[in-house]
Design a protein around this ligand. Sequence first.
Ligand code: CO
Length: 223
Amino acid sequence: MSIEKNEKQKRGYDELLQGNRDWVKNETEKDPDYFNKLAAGQEPDVLWIGCSDSRVPANEVTNTKPGQVFVHRNIANVCVHSDMNMLSVLDYAVNVLKVKHVIVSGHYGCGGIAAALSNQQFGLIDNWLRHIKDVYRLHSHELDRISNETLKVNRLVELNVIEQVYNLCKTTIVQNAWREREDLEIHGWVIDISTGLVKDLHVTAKSSENLGEVFKLDESKVR
Ligand code: CO
C-alpha cells in the first residue's frame, strides 16, 4: 500500500474513534447520567429487521435513541426459518424483551433485491439471494408485467417485505407468543431513501388468522 493511501486509511479509522469520543462528550453534556442509565439495562418495545445497507440505520430512520430498538440486519432483510441468527434474535426479542412490534423494513433501490433480479453471479451471496428469487417466483405474474427495471426492483422490494412478514408469522416463536399475549404485531415497511420517509405497507399481522391453513400450528404437545 502506498504511503498516501496508508495515511488516508489511518485517518478514516481514527475519525471513527474521534467520532466515538465526540458522541460520548455530547451525550454527557446533555445528561451527565446518560451512560449510567443505558448501562442499567434495555427495555425496547421494537424489534427492527432491516437491510444491512449503510443508508438505513434503524435509530436514525425512526428518530429513536439507543435502548429503544432491538436490531437485526442482513442483506435485503430476509427472514428465513433456518437462519439461527435471525431466530435467536427473534426469540430473545419476543420472549425475553417482550417487544410489542416487529418491523421488517426494506428500502427502495435495494442492491440485494436488484442483484436477485439479475442473472449475474456475485459469489457466495447468490445462495442468500436465492430466497429473494423464490419471492420473485411467487409473484412473477405481476413482476413480469413491469418493464421499467427500477419500478420492478421497487415492487419486488415491497413484495419481499410482505413475504418476510409472513415468514415471521409462520415461526413457532411468533405463533406461540400470539397464544400467550395479544400485544405483538408484525409490520412491513419500506424506506424511500430519496425522501427519508417510511411507507407502511399495511400488512400488519396480529394473529395467525390469515396464514395458509398448512402454516397454522396447534399448541405444542411437548410443553
Ligand atoms: Co438493501
